[in-house]
Design a protein around this ligand. Structure first.
Ligand code: NAD
Ligand code: UD1
Length: 338
């Protein structure tokens, strides 16, 4: 089966492509390098030893999509392309809505034109409203999103759901990722933020190699075991494996399926920092700072639905995540530019 992966040069896309190829799928990938580098694709090709077709393009370009769907017998699309920086989405909402919504609409339209019936979408735990009890299940309340990025995912989910209901035989899986961290065990591919990182793990990793002077800990007065925020960190290769399970699910299920991809275990900021210090042997300079606006105290998922219906669960530990991130960051202190 040939799978079209959008956003293939990104952090998650590179790991997804590698696993698809390892599992025997054919891959066609696309990316416009808005938040990634050609070197990422070169490294994936070197790791898997396969020169899969790659298109540098904006996936909102319907003519290019038609060309690809004419040239390749695509049976499934994994749509990872999107803008994802929460802070930037607040200052540039139209860019986020245009990019994330139009890309989804253009891809679904092209799939309809070419009779492609299987679709997997990268959604996020950010679609859940902040009022829910933990753990989050797929039935927890969504909406009341804290920023345009979150709303763009929420709106894409609605569009995909409406499209699926209107088109008999079309099937879609919405994967709501929790907090992806880690890197491929080769140390050749990993997360390479183009700017100062927003998220905790790349911030820790860049502080450890001296690119950043210290880590701000955003609040130590939450109602958690040590006062710092708690999240559900999932290794990116476990997350990639979730996509393979979703493809298998699409083979036997019509309609829409929604799955949370996380570990079910909450880890605090200080616990993650301490695990990274253990893995790297390097002490991390840190300062306690004010709470970050929009942050929740605790966020983690139930894993039951993904386990039962996809037959998938995360296997890697926080220590594995830290060892692999450290290997990537140490070998590539400036990411793919090294
Ligand atoms: P990333 O920025 O590393 O990868 C996204 C890729 O999409 C980039 O390579 C970018 O250049 C590309 N892209 C963006 N707009 C495009 C367009 N119009 N045409 C072609 N390419 C385009 O991000 P990631 O962490 O790999 O995330 C992948 C997906 O997962 C995104 O949709 C993101 O919103 C979602 N997600 C990520 C996280 C996370 O913490 N990393 C959590 C939840 C959901
Ligand atoms: C953030 C986004 C969310 C997105 C998710 C995954 C915000 C408000 N939310 O969530 O929309 O889906 O990333 O991409 O940006 N922390 C520090 N110091 C730092 C960075 C983070 O203490 O320098 C803390 C945070 O306060 C939080 C935890 O680390 O408690 C994790 O933060 P982060 O990695 O940004 O993920 P989320 O907050 O879950």
């Amino acid at each position: 089966m040939t799978i079209f992966v959008t956003g293939g040069a990104g952090y998650i896309g590179t790991h997804v492509i590698l696993q698809l190829i390892e599992q025997g799928y054919d891959v066609v990938a696309a990316d416009n390098f808005a938040n990634s580098k050609p070197e990422a694709i070169a490294r994936v090709k070197a790791l898997c030893g396969y020169d899969f077709p790659f298109y540098e393009m904006d996936v909102r370009d319907c003519n290019r999509l038609s060309d690809i769907f004419t040239a390749h017998h695509i049976e499934c699309v994994i749509h990872l392309a999107g803008l994802k920086a929460v802070g930037e989405s607040i200052s540039k909402p139209l860019e986020y809505y245009t990019n994330n919504l139009d890309s989804t609409i253009e891809i679904l339209s092209a799939m309809k034109r070419y009779g492609i019936r299987k679709f997997i979408f990268s959604s996020s735990a950010t679609v859940y409203s902040g009022e829910n009890d933990m753990p989050l299940t797929e039935d927890s309340h969504t909406g009341s999103c804290a920023n345009p990025y979150g709303w763009s995912k929420f709106m894409c989910e609605q569009i995909i759901s409406d499209f699926t209901h209107a088109n008999n035989g079309f099937s879609a899986v919405l994967l709501r990722y929790f907090n992806p961290i880690g890197a491929h065990e080769s140390g050749k591919i990993g997360e390479d933020p183009q700017d100062i990182p927003n998220n905790l793990m790349p911030f820790i990793a860049q502080t450890t190699v001296g690119r950043l002077p210290f880590l701000n800990i955003y609040g130590n007065d939450y109602n958690t075991s040590d006062g710092t925020g708690v999240r559900d960190y999932i290794h990116v290769t476990d997350l990639a494996a979730g996509h393979v399970s979703a493809i298998k699910h699409l083979d036997t299920h019509d309609g829409i399926g929604i799955y949370n991809l996380g570990t079910g275990v909450g880890v605090s900021v200080l616990e993650l920092v301490s695990a990274f210090e253990d893995a790297s042997g390097v002490g991390i300079k840190k300062k306690i700072a004010a709470r970050r606006p929009g942050d929740l105290a605790i966020c983690y998922t139930s894993t039951t639905k993904a386990k039962i219906e996809l037959g998938w669960e995360a296997k890697k530990s926080i220590r594995d995540c830290c060892i692999d991130t450290w290997r990537w960051q140490k070998n590539n202190p400036h990411g793919y530019e090294t």
